[in-house]
Design a protein around this ligand. Structure first.
Ligand SMILES: C[S@@+](CC[C@H](N)C(=O)[O-])C[C@H]1O[C@@H](n2cnc3c(N)ncnc32)[C@H](O)[C@@H]1O
Length: 283
């Protein structure tokens, strides 16, 4: 048996386990702590995990063990959130102050994402979700963007910081800072009521973060996105996952987004709670 470990959002172990249950072979939990869980995998499960690491984990590693001699941690949990120090290799401090170390090749990249700082003026913490996604998928971006579920404006604030002209679609109020922003237009209605005549432009980027049920949010996003045709280059869709049974619906959301001619992948971000990013992109 091989020793595997995962770093994950502390409140999402049930979601990670639901995804792990879809892998072939045998995978048994051995040490489960907030944000850090170790498992024993047989050869079949190990091969499958290496080929396709679970997207409900922030990072996967191997051969974690307690290091009695070390007192330095680079990741730990505070207020039910993983905290990353800015430098160093993977070294997790559990609640008994024991230090766990192991091989985690993605740890440096994850630390870089997790330590992006929220600007004081950002209207909400949703700024972090889109900032982390942009950092993970860097590319030159220009043109018009649409945000569905834009209130109060954390992600909109980030998109405007990137110089994208933006339409924010939300029945809720936007932060007052957008009142004087010439590059931002608020379309104050639910997405279900939006018709092509409401949106004069084609969008190169669409970000979606509504608190509608995921299937409705995805269907509405695709309906609106289809009006942009090939101009559309990227979709950032936040899918809410309140319950583990919803893991089994994720493949269908992906298939739906692919019908727009986009490639797709799922990614859990350090700023996520019970949700995941479905990223659609044209290569
Ligand atoms: C998680 S918040 C969005 C946070 C926002 N993206 C930010 O960066 O601050 C979810 C938003 O979805 C909006 N929403 C709910 N139902 C909606 C609908 N039918 N159409 C558009 N937006 C909707 C809510 O008004 C709420 O502002």
């Amino acid at each position: 048996m091989k020793a595997i470990f995962f770093l994950h959002i502390p409140g999402n172990l049930d979601l990670l386990k639901a995804q792990l249950a879809t892998y072939p072979g045998t995978l048994n939990p051995s040490f489960l702590a907030p944000g850090f869980s170790t498992f024993k995998a047989d050869d079949v499960a190990y091969k499958a995990l290496k080929e396709k690491p679970p997207f409900m984990a922030l990072a996967m590693g191997e051969d974690a063990s307690r290091n009695e001699l070390s007192t330095t941690a680079t990741v730990w949990v505070e207020n039910k959130e993983l905290i990353f120090s800015h430098h160093g290799e993977f070294s997790y401090r559990d609640k008994k102050d024991q230090i766990w170390q192991g091989l985690c090749p993605e740890f440096e990249k994850l630390t870089k994402l997790a330590t992006i700082e929220l600007p004081p003026l950002a209207p909400s913490r949703a700024w972090l979700k889109i900032a982390q996604a942009f950092s993970l998928f860097p590319k030159a971006r220009s043109g018009h963007a649409l945000e569905i579920g834009s209130s109060p404006g954390g992600a909109s604030y980030f998109l405007r910081q990137q110089g994208l002209e933006l339409v924010g679609l939300d029945p809720g109020e936007m932060d007052p800072l957008f009142k004087t922003d010439q590059g931002f237009t608020h379309l104050k209605k639910p997405v279900q009521d939006v018709q092509p005549r409401d949106l004069a432009k084609k969008f190169s980027l669409i970000a979606v973060d509504t608190n509608l049920p995921a299937s409705m949010s995805v269907a509405e996003a695709i309906r609106v996105a289809s009006w942009s045709g090939d101009v559309l280059k990227e979709v950032f869709l936040t899918i809410k996952l309140p319950a583990p049974k919803l893991i089994s619906t994720l493949e269908s959301h992906k298939r739906a987004l692919r019908k727009l001619g986009l490639k797709t992948l799922y990614k859990q971000l350090p700023s996520h709670h019970r949700e995941i990013l479905l990223y659609g992109y044209r290569s």
